[in-house]
Design a protein around this ligand. Structure first.
Ligand SMILES: [Cu+2]
Length: 545
């Protein structure tokens, strides 16, 4: 039986051996618009949008969202203009599977010189909800403040907190007050939880019901602060008090990646991995990685093995075998290091003239469009973190750069989708590239033939499988939305196996709603580190029948 999960000595990269390093493939179809924001919906489709897409030419005319179906490769337009610009908004999926999007761009900045701009970007105060079944947007209630680059995080009771972001009006400072969204009641200012946080702070909901700020964030406008002004901290949601835990051991973590490592029974210890990032502006990126055990009384960062590549703008994806895939990013200056003139002779992007949804095509030929050239400073190598011994393994390289305004999502079939990239304003990467991890090249996969559509906290439930005797691991991985190299939603929750017969496995979902906040999850069953294809299972909110 293959055993990637417990292999103590990960092999070095071996080009061409996908059972060791996996394989990347560029999809034949491409998006029309820049996919700055993506979400895995419970229909199995991926919603992608970018509003005006970091191009002031589009101001007042945000581009349509698009839906990518990994099952058949088709891409369809959501032909529905919105009143607001969701470029650089925050978002999270709700218990009913709708995507709540809040904030974004009210007004573009006014560039001056030397990378400075004044006024800076200002934040939109609107919110929108995307219905995955109707495939339509609707306007939600407005927030009290505009927020550009906010982080939204869903809590155990299905309310959502919005943190940080630049305000709509003078003096366009970073908002220090959080706002709370309650379904059916809209937004209200949260009088507690006041804290200066940088833009797109990397926040995670811990199983103890606290919010952990992981010491990394997005670039832009940290003046008058410096990086040391934002040490790691924990918010007690009951008291509204932030407890400062201190800086990471390598404190320069702008544009680093953070992900909560697998939460596993019986104790569901909460450990967060922080990797990559660098100084403001992307100089001196780091390859170092650290882990903090947030469940300890006095959590402290400790350094673990380093990545092979230093990366500013990198993205970490939790996989069904508990490994973490790190992809994308770059070394050198934050700005694109190629000569922009090299791009001038390239074919123009596909004209946006085909109209209807069907014209985007499905399995047929490739979608025309512009391939951005490779920036020599962009990192194409990818790396897998093995949490059992805290070392990294270099795996197959991508062929498409993923730097600023890019993202990655785990798909229900265990592959990883990489999207977006915006090395310069108005320069858009529209190709999709998909990674098949090594576990997809290790022979037959276990299968789940039936699973309950919904489960409740504290419930024991069974799923049907012909591989019941061999299945050794079962996990729920939350369907996630992501932007700006980060997701608050990535969450691996292992489920204890409490029974099995010839055709089914029974597992138990713990009572704690902060462990599995309500919403749609992917149910993976594994044999020796090889995962099944995952059906969606909805974890119902507390109190819902
Ligand atoms: Cu942005």
């Amino acid at each position: 039986m293959p055993d990637t999960m417990n292999d103590p000595t990960p092999a070095p990269a071996q080009a061409g051996d996908p059972a060791k390093v996996g394989r990347w493939e560029v999809a034949p179809q491409r998006f029309r618009n820049l996919a700055i924001h993506t979400a895995l919906l419970h229909t199995g489709k991926v919603l992608a949008f970018g509003g005006t897409g970091n191009d002031p030419v589009n101001a007042g005319h945000p581009r349509d969202a698009e839906l990518y179906d990994p099952a058949d490769g088709s891409i369809t337009l959501v032909e529905q203009p919105l009143g607001g610009d969701l470029f650089c908004s925050g978002h999270t999926l709700l218990a009913d599977g709708q995507l709540l999007v809040a904030g974004g761009t009210y007004k573009y900045d006014n560039p001056l010189f030397g990378g400075l701009s004044f006024p800076p970007f200002s934040g939109l105060d609107q919110s929108y909800l995307f219905d995955p079944v109707a495939e339509r947007w609707r306007r939600g209630p407005d927030m009290g403040d505009g927020r550009w680059y906010p982080t939204l995080i869903q809590l155990a009771d299905n309310s959502v907190l919005a943190f940080a972001g630049l305000t709509e009006n003078f003096p366009w400072v970073v908002e220090s007050r959080a706002e709370r969204y309650d379904v059916g009641r809209g937004w209200s200012r949260d009088p507690s939880a006041v804290k200066w946080l940088p833009l797109y702070p990397r926040l995670h909901l811990t199983p103890a019901g606290e919010i952990f700020y992981a010491g990394s964030y997005n670039t832009h406008y940290i003046f008058p602060f410096n990086l040391s002004s934002f040490p790691t901290a924990l918010l007690d949601l009951q008291t509204g008090d932030w407890r400062t835990l201190g800086l990471p051991r390598v404190a320069q973590r702008e544009e680093g990646a953070t992900v909560m490592l697998a939460l596993t029974p019986p104790d569901y210890h909460c450990r967060v991995l922080l990797t990559g990032g660098g100084n403001p502006g992307g100089k001196d990126p780091t390859n170092t990685a650290e882990i903090i055990d947030v469940s300890e009384g006095s959590p402290r960062w400790r350094q673990v093995g380093s990545m092979q590549n230093a990366r500013y703008y990198c993205y970490a994806v939790m996989l069904p075998n508990q490994h973490v895939l790190v992809l994308g990013g770059k070394a050198g200056e934050r700005r694109m290091s190629m000569d922009p003139k090299a791009m001038s002779g390239m074919p123009p992007p596909a004209a946006n003239t085909m109209g209807g949804v069907a014209a985007m095509g499905g399995m047929g030929g490739a979608t025309p469009g512009e391939d951005l050239p490779h920036d020599p400073n962009a990192t194409l190598d990818c790396e897998l973190f093995h949490p059992e011994d805290e070392v990294w393994q270099t795996v197959a390289a991508m062929s498409v750069d993923r730097v600023y305004h890019s993202g990655a999502l785990l798909l229900p079939d265990g592959r990883v989708l990489a999207t977006g990239s915006n090395p310069m304003r108005g320069t858009n990467e529209t190709r999709l590239e998909i990674y098949s991890p090594p576990y997809l090249f290790k022979g037959p996969r276990p299968t789940i033939t039936a699973a309950p559509p919904a489960v409740s906290h504290g419930q024991t439930f069974a799923f049907e499988t012909p591989d019941a005797a061999a299945i050794d691991t079962v996990a729920l991985i939350r369907a996630a939305s992501t932007t700006h190299c980060f997701s608050t939603e990535q969450r691996y929750v292992g489920l204890a196996i409490v029974g099995r017969d010839a055709a089914s496995v029974t597992v138990s979902l713990p009572e704690n709603p902060s462990l599995t906040p309500p919403g749609y999850y992917l149910l993976f069953a594994l044999v020796g580190g090889v995962p099944s294809i995952a059906p969606f299972v909805r974890v119902a909110p507390c109190g819902e029948a």
